[in-house]
Design a protein around this ligand. Structure first.
Ligand code: NAD
Length: 482
């Protein structure tokens, strides 16, 4: 048996913003899949709470439509109805007083209580205050908050302080859904449960590391928000930073929340400031019918980046001398999130020049097709001398484990259930988020001070030419986006 359902105690989960996009696309379908997997306690209560005037029946209809549209595999009307029976709805105003008494009547004090703040961060303070003011959240209640967690260090500190007025750090679950992915956890297993990799996991043997999060979509309907953020704030400060931490961190003494997060924090604090010539910002240009970034955000002079590539260094004993290349952007050639650890060449080539140069690469793919592959060099089979080829060694083990692998839960499913279990390992701690902003802020201030304008790149490409040059100058190449 490879994975098994760990039962969770009965709970009340309130989804503030329960009618919003995130709730419909991610949270409700994730809860339904956990229900199908048999992990939902029979008397769990899932309470949507938002401004729209709905009753329970209206919310169940909304949830049914969301699950049909975004829920993936369906399991028939009877099971869906059974799930929908767990849903309740309260109309309330986060900033006002209506609805809070009704919510209080629904919450059972003897259950695990979780409050998902699926609303803009501007409402976090109002929600936290009322949860206490109305005596709804008990001392062990948990709150879940989404990105963006602040816009810079000052705003992140202010948000942390607001939440801290009402909740202890142990009650706050800051979601970065990248951490909920199966492969991210598999990365930790491969690193810390095998003797094989750890001795090589340092600047003596690792040439460089590439982290790529490429999207094919543009800014879509999020233009107004995105144009104030840009790729650095929207992606690098959180998702790419978290991936970098997991690759670079020292082995924690235990797989426990604070032990893991302490090690991640040390990595962020060891990051050197990025030199201006190690940053390339880009903005997608129109291609055929595909509008440009500036058209998408309706600002012909926007200088916000929809693409960023940068080179950074973790200055500690393990990583001194090994560059980390980070790259993310919208409207790129393919949708892919991948970390690649590129090992150094063998120190001496006994097979001669004609055998070519080969290096081992460990690639960890987060989406699509989650998986982990080790590229190894072998002899090309057959006659004709010693020709070498690189072949992938699949380390996801899906094939080896075959039928024993149960359906792997998606990120939101795992993370929501971790909240119910009270496990914070895969959530960001307040000081981590602040440290990430402390690293990000001067980089942004630097290009703002220089009046830097992003380089245009063609939609459907791999980003601006300068990003390729960032690597070429170092005698390296980006992995293909595909
Ligand atoms: P949305 O605008 O679609 O939904 C907002 C929800 O909040 C609605 O249910 C609305 O009724 C409710 N709401 C607004 N003002 C309220 C008030 N005063 N009182 C009570 N309820 C109120 O937003 P969304 O896309 O679902 O995003 C929610 C949060 O999650 C945001 O912070 C967003 O940045 C974050 N987030 C969203 C996504 C996504 O994919 N949509 C991804 C990552 C993070």
């Amino acid at each position: 048996m490879v994975s098994r359902i760990i039962p969770v105690a009965s709970f009340d989960l309130v989804i503030f913003g329960g009618t919003g996009d995130l709730a419909r696309r991610k949270i409700l379908p994730a809860l339904y899949r956990r229900f199908l997997a048999g992990q939902m306690p029979a008397d769990a209560q899932l309470i949507g709470a938002a401004r729209s005037p709905l009753d329970d029946a209206g919310y169940r209809t909304l949830a049914r439509e969301a699950i049909v549209e975004f829920g993936g595999e369906q399991a028939g009307e009877r099971r869906l109805d059974a799930f929908l029976g767990l849903l309740r709805y309260v109309t309330l105003d986060a900033r006002g007083d209506s609805g809070w008494d009704a919510l209080k009547r629904l919450i059972r004090p003897d259950r695990v209580q979780a409050f998902y703040f699926s609303v803009g961060p501007g409402l976090f303070g109002a929600l936290a205050e009322r949860l206490h003011g109305y005596g709804i959240a008990g001392p062990r209640a948990r709150i879940v908050v989404e990105k963006p967690f602040g816009h810079d260090l000052a705003s992140a500190r202010a948000l942390n302080a607001t939440l801290a007025e009402h909740f202890r750090e142990a009650q706050i679950y800051r979601i970065d859904h990248y951490l909920g992915k199966e492969t991210v956890q598999n990365l930790m297993a491969v690193r810390f449960a095998n003797i094989l990799f750890e001795p090589l996991w340092n600047s003596q043997f690792v040439d460089h590391i590439q982290i790529t999060v490429a999207e094919t979509v543009g800014v879509g309907g999020r233009g107004a928000y995105y144009d104030r953020a840009g790729a650095m704030r929207d992606m690098v400060q959180n998702h790419l930073m978290q991936l970098l931490c997991l690759i670079a961190m020292e082995p924690p003494s235990r797989f426990e929340p604070d032990a893991v997060r302490d090690e991640k924090l040390k990595v962020i604090r060891a990051l050197e400031e990025v030199a201006p010539h190690h940053i390339v910002r880009g903005q997608y240009a129109r291609r055929g019918d595909v509008p440009s970034y500036r058209e998408d955000v309706d600002d012909a002079r926007s200088t916000t980046e929809s693409f960023i590539a940068l080179k950074c260094h973790v200055s500690n004993w393990r990583w001194a001398g090994t560059p980390f290349y980070l790259r993310t952007g919208k409207r790129l050639r393919a949708r892919v999130s991948e970390i690649a650890v590129i090992f150094k060449d063998a120190p001496h080539l006994i097979f001669g020049q004609e055998a070519g140069r080969h290096c081992n690469t460990l690639s960890i793919r987060l989406q699509p097709d989650e998986g982990m592959t080790l590229q190894v060099t072998i002899k090309e089979p057959g006659p004709g001398g010693m020709r070498l080829i690189d072949v992938p060694l699949d380390m996801t083990f899906a094939e080896a484990l075959g039928d024993q692998v149960e359906d792997v839960p998606e990120a939101y499913e795992r993370l929501i259930m971790d909240v119910m279990r009270g496990d914070q390992t895969l959530f960001m701690r307040g000081d981590e988020v602040e440290a990430a902003w402390a690293w990000t802020d001067p980089v942004i201030a630097g290009w703002e001070g220089r009046g830097d304008v992003p380089k245009p790149y063609e939609a459907g490409s791999s980003g601006p030419e300068d990003a390729l040059m960032l690597m070429h100058r170092d005698g390296r190449r980006w992995r293909e986006i595909r």
